[in-house]
Design a protein around this ligand. Structure first.
Ligand SMILES: [Zn+2]
Length: 179
């Protein structure tokens, strides 16, 4: 995986383009949580589930199916909690893309197993043909502790944070223009 920070940033960047309105920052944060959620599957290691299993790391929780389910639940929650938020037709695609972006970014990393995009229907693991992102160690203390952490950070800055910031700024500029 790219680190959790990078997944969250990718989601907020998308949010800057897709979601405006008075509750936008809360919606972006929720999108960031959606983008991080798939990696909660690392608890599967504690239960002795193997990486390559459907319920293993980068399995079901990284699938398109999971993104559909999570986006639906989170959209219902957001509409219910913040009635002033944009309609479901805007929120659902954002939460879906935020969640699905996780698997997509993982499939662009240079290590680990691929992503089970089509779980639970198939456990085939996929990478994109283009994999520029250095894979990040899973545990955060490892991530912060080693020289490798710096190299991972640098790779993510270039491939995720910088493009993310650009996308976010373009979104802001477009919205300014419209209003
Ligand atoms: Zn992941």
């Amino acid at each position: 995986m790219p680190s959790v920070f990078s997944h969250a940033i990718a989601a907020v960047a998308l949010g800057g383009v897709a979601v405006g309105g008075p509750s936008r920052v809360r919606i972006w944060m929720l999108g960031a949580l959606c983008a991080v959620a798939p990696d909660l599957d690392v608890v599967s290691f504690l239960f002795g589930i193997r990486y390559g299993d459907m319920l293993g790391h980068r399995g079901l929780s990284h699938s398109i199916f999971f993104a559909v389910v999570l986006a639906t639940v989170v959209t219902i929650f957001a509409r219910h909690t913040w009635p002033e938020s944009p309609g479901a037709a805007k929120l659902w695609p954002f939460f879906f893309v935020a969640t699905a972006s996780h698997g997509l970014l993982d499939s662009m990393t240079n290590g680990g197993l691929g992503v089970a995009f089509f779980a639970p229907f198939s456990n085939n693991r996929y990478f994109l043909p283009w994999r520029p992102i250095l894979v990040s160690p899973i545990a955060i203390h490892v991530f912060l502790g080693y020289y490798r952490g710096i190299r991972v950070m640098w790779s993510e800055l270039g491939w995720i944070w910088l493009p993310g910031a650009l996308v976010f700024l373009v979104g802001l500029a477009l919205r300014r223009r419209r209003s």
